[in-house]
Design a protein around this ligand. Sequence first.
Ligand code: 13P
Length: 335
Amino acid sequence: MSELHDIVLKILERGKGILAADESTGTMTKRLENVNVPSTPENRLLFRETLFSSSGMSDCIGGVILYDETIKQETSKKIKIPELISKMGSTPGIKVDTGAKVLAGSPNEKITEGLDGLRERLKEYHKLGAKFTKWRGVYIITKNTPSRLSIQSNAHALARYSAIVQECKMVPIVEPEVLMDGEHSARECYEKTSEVIKKCFDELILHKVDLKGIILKPNMILAGNKSKDKISNEEVAKLTIKCLKNSVPFEVPGIAFLSGGQSEIEATENLNLINKYNDTDFIMSYSYGRALQQSALKFWSKNIKDIEGTQKVFNHRAKMNTLAAQSKWSKDLEV
Ligand code: 13P
């Protein structure tokens, strides 16, 4: 078995998932200001250090995606952040794209940048302890989008990124996110997501990426957040599985969903149902940002010194999602 494949299996073992704590400073500032906490490097570190040192890390969180600022920070006890994460039994990872920018030729869409100088940055992150990476392509559903241009150019970037990451002996998370924003139906989400994922794999194969050494991070198949089309969680799960079955090559070992603006409970419930109906060989787990951190952040903002209380809230969410990744969750466990 290859080294990269082993890293994937370790991150996703026994229902474990990924904590996406890689918000850029801009996004983190918005999240903190939303709960009336000043966004200083110290506060950003304190919140993240609180999560990374919680007991849920050992039991439930197989990997943590960091942002450039955090991977270079030290805890109050002078432990380097990637070291703390490894010590807790988890695996440090790093977001390496430099953000989604306006796509020339289709100004309402985005193309993710960050390929220039990537190999050099990867070598530095690898030395700092990173074992996996993330790159997010973003697609918006409207009448005319995602365009062929956006589907093709983002797939190309995701594949070039993945090939360089594997060359540097790390696992690439391939994240093509079809946004939930909009009026589209779940059927439209299904069709567009299938097209996007298929094109990503065409490019990954062309770029000779070892599919056994990646993690796919897709959206679930949902109706747009402004859609009149309402579908049940059961249908979300079944459509999501059908989409992945038809568009992901069997060699891919693991799929870790993003939460994409779903509520915490919704993201957990949908993951649970996906695993209930999963008739594929793919490991289906989570790589949540907001759906793992929202309640913990809210609790912490009221008393940033209450480390234990914050960790309790975070541990609960991590546990619920790890149960869902094994289809062992039920609503009564939430109280
Ligand atoms: P959400 O789960 O909040 O969508 O974040 C996941 C992520 O990493 C987005 O790039």
